[in-house]
Design a protein around this ligand. Structure first.
Ligand SMILES: [Ca+2]
Ligand SMILES: [Ca+2]
Ligand SMILES: [Ca+2]
Ligand SMILES: [Ca+2]
Length: 371
């Protein structure tokens, strides 16, 4: 007699938990004859395991100004399935992104290498967060996500920038000739967009201090009198001050500070120079270069304003005069046509009637109204 001998399962199996089973089966007949066999069951794989990142969050440090395509770091994922169900790809998650992360970084689909799409600027973007996704290549496309924090390291790519003195009208300090030795003259300040040592500034006077009349605190930028300024009353000193950062490849900038020494009979206009009157400073400073151009421009502007005011006042007066006497003029014109008039008066009357210009009208008024 033949029976099916079908073996069926009583539950589902998880290959990732146990992928192989063995058991014995016995066949017997009515004569109590038996036979046994070993049955081996191998559980086949199904794509039921998502790829999983090895970390929930990755933190990478990368220097700014690296060329496009530079490696930021590597991410990895594991998949409990067997090939080909364990194959997966990496992506930068675009959902919820303002476009910044995806424009800055990419990830190699196969290797998980995170790289730059463009050189990074720490002064613009010091830290970027992005989401990465890993997905199964086979259906169903199970997935996992992880966050990546990219910290952009500083490069000394920013030079110091002076806030005082700057060019044009913010480069002058006034000091009394009676300032004592060590007395404050002005404070130079500069900023540096970098961080750490790359932004740590030291100040120095690099030119114009041949008599060593001034000294500068390298850390605070305060310029003080290093000697008596009494012999230099009403003189102007042109100091070139320099700020240099402490970066490995240090960067520096220079600016020019004019120090106007007063006559010692009145206090200085202000130790930081910015409170000194601009006109007063200009009048005291030597007229050369840019300063001469400024003075000439100011004078020209002043002339233009004066002329404009004069013209406006004249036009106003003429219009007012014309309005007040228009009726009189109209009557006078009528009487002129019927009376003896001098040639000049008639000519003027014709101009008035054709309304050539306001100025012509004024001339007519005078001719007509004068007795
Ligand atoms: Ca899988
Ligand atoms: Ca599986
Ligand atoms: Ca920098
Ligand atoms: Ca710097």
């Amino acid at each position: 007699m033949f029976v099916s001998g079908i073996i069926w399962t009583n539950r589902s199996f998880d290959r990732e938990t146990q992928d192989h089973y063995e058991f014995y089966v016995t066949a017997s007949n009515k004569a109590d004859s038996t036979g046994t066999a070993t049955v081996a069951v191998r559980i086949l794989d199904d794509n039921d395991e998502p790829p999983r990142f090895t970390q929930r969050q990755y933190v990478f440090d990368v220097a700014e100004n690296q060329p496009t395509g530079s490696t930021v770091g590597h991410v990895a994922a594991v998949d409990g399935d067997l090939a080909p169900n364990d194959r997966h790809s990496y992506y930068v998650e675009a959902a919820g992104d303002d476009g910044r992360a995806t424009s800055l970084f990419g990830v190699d689909e196969q290797t998980g290498r995170v790289f730059t799409h463009q050189p990074l600027d720490r002064e613009r973007t010091a830290e970027v967060r992005l989401m990465l996704t890993v997905r199964d290549k086979d259906v169903p496309t199970l997935r996992d996500t992880a966050s990546v924090v990219v910290r952009v390291g500083d490069d000394n790519d920013e030079p110091p920038v002076f806030r005082f003195p700057t060019s044009l009208l913010n480069d002058t300090a006034s000091v009394s000739a009676g300032v004592p030795v060590g007395g404050r003259v002005a404070r130079v300040t500069a900023v540096d967009g970098d961080s750490g040592h790359n932004a740590a500034l030291r100040y120095s006077i690099t030119s114009g201090n041949e008599h060593r009349l001034f000294d500068v605190d390298p850390l605070t930028g305060w310029i003080v009198a290093n000697g008596s300024l009494a012999p230099y009353a009403m003189e102007t000193f042109r100091l070139v001050v320099t700020a240099e950062d402490a970066g490995t490849s240090s960067r520096s900038s220079s600016s020019t500070l004019f120090v106007v020494v007063g006559d010692g009979t009145r206090p200085s206009a202000g130790v930081d120079g910015r409170s000194a009157g601009v006109v007063a400073q200009l009048l005291q400073m030597p007229l050369s270069g840019t300063r001469l151009v400024i003075v000439v421009a100011l004078l020209l502007a002043l002339c233009v304003v004066v002329v404009a005011v004069c013209v406006t006042v004249c036009v106003y007066c003429l219009q007012r005069r014309h309005k007040l006497h228009s009726d009189t003029l109209r009557g006078t014109t009528h009487s002129l046509r019927h009376s003896k008039v001098r040639p000049t008066q008639r000519y003027a009357t014709l101009i008035r009637d054709s309304t050539v210009s306001c100025l012509a009208q004024v001339v007519i008024h005078y001719f007509v109204e004068l007795p």
